[in-house]
Write a protein that binds this ligand. Structure first.
Ligand code: MN
Length: 482
């Protein structure tokens, strides 16, 4: 259900021109467009199929092309290129209808000027340098948010920028139809994880609805012992399991039932993101730690303590990052290391950090957790199973979305993940250590001043450019700290 499948998506490529040049040049424009589209489709970095739609030369043709893109559910965006000059008043009526993300590609079919052979016909045919300026003006005049990419279409930087946009367009299509399941309410008295779910659906498209934890318990109780045993076997084959005590075995077995039952519940209601809260676990024998970690790794968005905005953002960023090196995880700024010259943040959570960001093989452990017990069902209280690990050094981002009452703000901090100075041998949860850009002193100050949450999405797989593209598609404010 949470599987991310880019093959169901496509991007329409629309080339602008006009009838001034005659049929011959227009055929050449179409042929050249196909050359560009074929090259982009051959680039392995771009995971979404690009389909050449048309050479649009008249107001009516432009309207028809935009309407086709709007109406096609598989179309997640359009790429526009003005091969020749395409007077932009022709584009006004069509662009006003556009409901899909746009990338404006300012390129040329030829890389070099053919110095010795160039004549007026060649110049007339290859005039994106001013055709794309005319188009850019009308987009800006109409207030159309779009990504502008400039350069030869085979330039690796151009391909990279298109690839990032195409991944974000897929994530945006996913976001607009996402269902977020809230299992329990927001943690009592916590402010930043609250927000207006109606505003969120208007802005982002996803719907966020609450379910009783007993709805999930039914699914967990329906999991057979044999199914759970098979999954436990997979755990033992996948992770280090240091304790073989009866208590640990019982807890890991219960965690396997949670994973299977929770996934069955989410799939039944069509949800690809979910929240939990330790304040509402009635009928569960442990806070879903291992289950949340494993489901995140399988592509589900997750937010702890009822944090549905971060659950949705985790899912969206997982779609952007599908198939890339790195990983994406729910995260919380936990503890500082303030040593002069070596300032760092330790990120972790009670249990739920996604193993997609782990370095090496995670350790499956069972430890006491002081909060999240079910006082009315003491016989059900198990110490929760969780994966313990540290993370790979390298660049990453933290991102968070906050609801400021009258608008949403996306805050992104670039950071460098580093190794712990010493082993964290007594820490019973997964953790990661990072240096925020430009440094902890300034990075954390700016994050806090912008109102950034203590929850974020930590993404070694992504960069700020992904989030810029996302903010543009979603039409939200963005604050970048770097
Ligand atoms: Mn938290």
């Amino acid at each position: 259900m949470a599987k991310i499948d880019f093959s169901k998506y496509k991007i329409y490529f629309i080339t602008g021109s006009q009838h001034l040049y005659g049929e011959g040049p227009l055929k050449q424009v179409a042929d050249n467009s196909k050359v560009v589209v074929d090259a982009l489709n051959a680039a392995k970095e771009i995971p979404i199929k690009i389909e050449f739609l048309t050479v649009a030369t008249l107001n009516e043709e432009i309207i028809a092309a935009i309407q086709k893109a709007n109406a096609d559910d598989s179309c997640i965006g359009i790429i526009c290129w003005m091969h020749t000059f395409s007077p932009a008043k022709m584009w006004i009526n069509g662009l006003k209808l556009l409901q899909k993300p746009m990338l404006h590609l300012n390129t040329q079919c030829n890389c070099d000027i053919p110095w010795s052979t160039m004549d007026m016909d060649f110049m007339n045919l290859n005039q994106a340098a001013h055709g794309d300026r005319e188009f850019g003006f009308i987009c800006t005049r109409l207030g159309i948010a779009r990504k502008v990419v400039n350069g030869f279409y085979k330039d690796p930087q151009v391909v990279k920028e298109i690839a990032i946009w195409s991944r974000v367009a897929a994530a945006w299509a996913d976001c607009k139809t996402m269902k977020v399941a809230r299992l329990g309410d927001n943690m009592r008295e916590v402010a930043v994880t609250e927000g207006n779910k109606v505003s969120a659906q208007i802005q982002f498209g996803y719907s966020c609805n609450g379910y009783a934890i007993q709805d999930v318990v039914k699914y967990i109780n329906a999991v057979s012992d044999a199914e759970a045993e098979a999954l436990v076997k997979e755990y033992y084959a996948t992770y280090k399991v240091p304790s073989t005590s009866d208590v640990a075995k019982k807890s890991i077995f219960a965690a396997a039932k949670q994973e299977i039952g929770l996934r069955a519940f989410l799939d039944e209601i069509g949800a690809t993101a979910f929240t939990t809260t330790f304040e509402n676990l009635y009928g569960l024998d442990q806070l879903p730690g291992l289950a949340s970690q494993r489901l995140m790794e399988q592509g589900y968005g997750f937010g702890a303590e009822g944090d549905w905005k971060t659950a949705a953002l985790t899912r969206t960023m997982k779609v952007m990052a599908a198939g890339l090196e790195g990983g994406v995880s729910f995260m919380e700024d936990y503890t500082y290391h303030f040593e002069q010259g070596r300032q760092r943040v330790l990120g972790a959570h009670m249990l739920e950090v996604c193993p997609s960001i782990a370095a090496g093989t995670p350790s499956l452990e069972v430890h006491h957790l002081g909060i999240g017990s079910t006082p009315d069902y003491p016989e059900l209280n198990l110490e929760p199973a969780r994966l313990v690990f540290t993370t790979k050094p390298g660049p990453a981002i933290n991102a968070t979305v906050i609801d400021l009452g009258d608008h949403f703000r996306l805050i992104v901090n670039e950071l460098e993940i580093v190794e712990p100075d010493q082993p964290l041998s007594n820490l019973p949860v997964a953790s990661t250590l990072w240096i925020p850009k430009p440094n902890l002193h300034e990075g954390a100050r700016q994050w806090i001043e912008a109102g950034g949450a203590h929850h974020s999405v930590n993404a070694p797989a992504l960069s700020t450019e992904y989030m810029e593209d996302f903010a543009r598609m979603a039409g939200i404010e963005m604050v970048t700290i770097k």
